[in-house]
Design a protein around this ligand. Sequence first.
Ligand code: PLP
Length: 424
Amino acid sequence: MNSYQNLSMSEQKAEYGAVRARFEAFKSRGLKLNIARGVPSKEQLDLSQRVLTDLTAPEDYFADGVDTRSYGLSDGLPCAKAFFAELASAPAENVIVGGNSSLNMMYDAVMRTMLFGIGGCEPLVKQGRLKWICVVPGYDRHFAICEQMGIEMVTVPMLADGPDMDAVEELVRDPQVKGIWCTPKYSNPDGTTYSDAVVRRMAGLKPAARDFRVYWDNAYCIHDVYGEGDRLAPIYPLAVEQGNPDLVLQFMSTSKISFPGAGVACLIAGPNDARDIRRLLAVQTICPDKTNQLRHVRYFRNAAFLKEHMKKHAEIVRPKFDAVLNALDAGLGGQDYVRWSRPKGGYFICLWVMPGTARRVVELAAEGGVTLTDAGATWPLHRDPDDSVIRIAPTRPEVAEIAAAAELLCVAVRLAALEKLMGQ
Ligand SMILES: Cc1ncc(COP(=O)(O)O)c(C=O)c1O
């Protein structure tokens, strides 16, 4: 193992000089790259262009006995419900199909629970102190919802096969704990996929609060990049089997399948929650954009077709993941103060740098022309207690750009580590 900690002061100084020189050389290249957010590349967006162009004649827009261009069906088009139901192994009658954003549906789900309650319970706003379980590292926008609504966030560590379920089971004994955010497949940012055992335990939770729900954000449900990818057990059948049909609220969208700005999202609830949500939704909207729902179903057809389509995405994304991983292997391999994830899919690679240096690494990378996700973003309230997690989102730029960005990142990681050790 090669470790900066084992170097003498003078060796550290010499190494610092060499790494600083490499950093300055990068700076002079005038890079201007952004690997901060999980956004598909133009090439990926182009894969689905026909979604927007295949349906042209007025009669193309008739489906399920309705003219999708008109009002009606506030919870979505039946064929779109069936489409998502197949993906989730859940009944179509539990599916509510909405607009383009699953995050929007998550926000609404929490907001509805705040205002109207869920499962016949008091609205959360009337219940005083509220807590939410946040698996860390996690998705910043989940945490932002809790932050905006004044919900206290309690962290649980992500282990190799999913959240620490001993900790989750302990926490849900507290009736003030009302939810948990989960990204069960290729979790954002570390790429972990929950094992069958973790999914089963999650589906079998016995929370003290009747209005506790598992918020199952399956944003990367079929986003395999390497081979067959990871397998995720469908949670709905496991929840039903363990007497918890209404425990889980699932979310999915086609944001990273077709278009983040013009896709289709859905919420899949248990039978009682779905009924209650439908009732509230009917007041909120007369209908979502059913024409877009239909365009998507006509183009993507079913899970089998979708799987083939996602292979085309994988062809584009894989060289980008490879570029990052190769650069990390070459630039940081053997350095024992740093490690990184090797996910089989999703949108992110996660890097754990020397504790106390993540902010500095992000700052140095920015100085060198590479924008990274803010350090701390993967923790509630932007507070990474170890200041060590960095999220890399390599999908949008060209392969050569990503390779250059990752190479600079490695130099920044080394420089920040040396600065820390030398007390600078
Ligand atoms: C875990 C996770 N959930 C949700 C979203 C956003 O989904 P949508 O575009 O459907 O709102 C993202 C986007 O990066 C994500 O990473």
